[in-house]
Design a protein around this ligand. Structure first.
Ligand SMILES: [Zn+2]
Length: 169
């Protein structure tokens, strides 16, 4: 008698005939046709959510690079105009940190987008303490930056939750 191998209809992993749901992807093996099509529908939505999170993570990574570059240029200009070497070193250092966060945010999005967001909020807070009116300078950019990073972070948590529940995604 030939040995038949049962596989999951969704992720094609090998399953045993007694299994009710697939351990790998959560597919309702013993479910009704309706339950199965609901599962496939959810699967499409989950994939879309993961793609969306990926897009926001890439956008956050660019934003962190741009902030980093901007810090370095700002430091460079103040060095050229006022010969403030310490200020240049400080700005360049902060700029490099942002760029590092930008680089790693595509690998570990939750950690590095959080760090980037934390650092930018800290800098805004320090600016505010030194000069409260500074909060208004480039306020639109600040809103865009904080908004994009926060949104990416929320989507990344969502993505993590989906992936934890469904190992096949
Ligand atoms: Zn499966």
């Amino acid at each position: 008698m030939p040995e038949t191998v049962l596989t999951c209809e969704n992720c094609e992993i090998e399953i045993s005939p007694v299994q009710v749901t697939c351990e790998h992807c959560g597919f309702p093996i013993a479910g009704t046709e309706k339950e199965k099509s609901i599962f496939f529908g959810k699967q499409i939505a989950n994939k879309a959510a993961i793609r969306h999170a990926g897009k926001l993570q890439r956008r956050s990574s660019y934003i962190l690079y741009i902030i980093g570059g901007f810090q370095i240029v700002t430091g460079g200009l103040s060095y050229r105009n006022y010969h403030l070497r310490e200020e240049f070193i400080l700005y360049a250092f902060i700029g490099l940190i942002f760029m590092t966060f930008g680089y790693f945010s595509s690998k570990k999005p939750i950690l590095f987008i959080s760090l980037g967001l934390g650092l930018i909020l800290l800098l805004y807070a320090l600016d505010f303490i030194l000069d409260p009116s500074s909060i208004l300078s480039g306020i639109l950019w600040k809103i865009v930056i904080v908004g994009t990073l926060s949104y990416a972070l929320i989507s990344s948590f969502e993505e993590q939750k989906i992936k934890k529940k469904n190992k096949s995604l």
